[in-house]
Write a new protein. Sequence first.
Length: 147
Amino acid sequence: DSTGHVDYDDTSITENTRVAYPLKYIPNARIPAKVEHHPKQIILLTCDAFGILPPISKLTPDQVMYHFISGYTAKVAGTEEGVKEPEATFSACFGAPFLVWHPSVYADMLAAKLVKHGADAYLVNTGWVGGAYGVGKRCSLKYTRQL
């Protein structure tokens, strides 16, 4: 509003709000923000609206490239304007509008780093299991976080 107060419940502009702020506002932030090691686990999140994917899958480098390039997920109510039921969507590398190079370039880089640093990769389904939306059960946020 005119006083600078942000109303995160206001969906008049977008239903999927994002925000950025300086790290200095986080009490336990490491500044400068740098990591001196490579991650040992990579997690790709997807929301499967058809209930085909299991809750979690450990992926080979080739499988990581496939899922990364396809960028499969679902638009769900509350995250996209006008969406009432989940609908499948694909966005290469989970960020197609922002890619400069062909998606295979990014997938090759990701796979090479997984192999080089011995990292494991997982696909975590935050959508439905045992059947599509309306038939299957939604993956519980409680259990998804534990994975």
